[in-house]
Design a protein around this ligand. Structure first.
Ligand code: PGA
Length: 247
């Protein structure tokens, strides 16, 4: 499977930062066997689409409805029209700050796939769930409910334990691999053979210094990177770590 590294800029960056990132990325050696995706805030999508062929374009969210009178929303179809190939859905920040439910995440994922893009569906347990030993059950339920009606084709699952996001506290490779193996089993139960081919990427304080040990794990097919993706060099280092053994 080709490695997949996705830069999630969240609500960071500027016109200048987006241009600099693409320039710097272009000056670094290309990374073989890995798909690198940049998900900037919406206004910067257009800046990036024409500026590089080395980076795929992605978005951080999309609207639940297909189109219509929804002020401030951006549809999956519009994102595809702008050249996006990936859209992140169900990030824990959207679930906690905007109350997004599994059912809404599933509808968005369906829209994304129907528009010809790949849906990066995020799931992950809170610290209290892990401390209570309920993490596998919580993640399994979230996965099943967030993928209702979503086809295996055009799907990536991102496991992001909420306690690891932006905290500097990465899951250990054992914790991450343990959960990725559970997710793999669930995907195979849901999709049969096709479930074995759905990429499962890890997110939560991935940095150049810890990427390699995570990517050594069998069921970790890449990373969703927040903070460390704002710097082109560090995102490139993570992408390079993911390329080891894939060419
Ligand atoms: P982080 O964010 O790498 O800054 O922890 C990951 C994410 O939220 O996708």
């Amino acid at each position: 499977m080709v490695g997949l590294v996705i830069a999630n800029w969240k609500m960071h960056g500027s016109r200048a930062a987006a241009t600099d990132f693409v320039d710097q990325w272009g000056s670094l050696p290309s990374v073989e066997g890995v798909e690198a995706v940049l998900c900037p805030p919406y206004p910067y999508l257009a800046l990036i689409v024409g500026a590089t062929t080395d980076l795929m374009l992605g978005a951080q969210n999309c609207a639940e409805p297909a189109e219509g009178a929804y002020t401030g929303e951006v549809s999956a179809k519009m994102l595809a029209d702008m050249g996006c190939r990936y859209v992140i859905v169900g990030h824990s920040e959207r679930r906690s700050f905007y109350g997004e439910t599994d059912a809404q995440v599933a509808t968005k994922a369906q829209r994304i796939v129907s528009a010809g893009m790949t849906a990066v569906v995020c799931i992950g347990e809170a610290l209290a769930d892990r401390e209570a030993g309920a993490h596998e059950a919580v993640v399994s339920t979230q996965l099943q409910c967030s993928l209702q009606g979503v086809s295996a084709e055009g799907l990536v699952v991102a496991y992001e334990p909420v306690w690891a996001i932006g905290t500097g506290q990465t899951a250990t490779p054992q914790q991450a691999e343990g959960m990725h193996a559970v997710i793999r089993t669930r995907l195979c139960e849901q999709y049969g053979e096709a479930g074995g081919g759905i990429p499962i990427i890890y997110g939560g304080s991935v940095k150049p210094g810890n990427a390699a040990e995570l990517f050594c794990c069998n069921n970790i097919d890449g990373a969703l990177v927040g903070g460390a993706s704002l710097d082109a060099k560090s995102f490139w280092q993570i992408a390079s770590a993911s390329s080891v053994g894939r060419t």
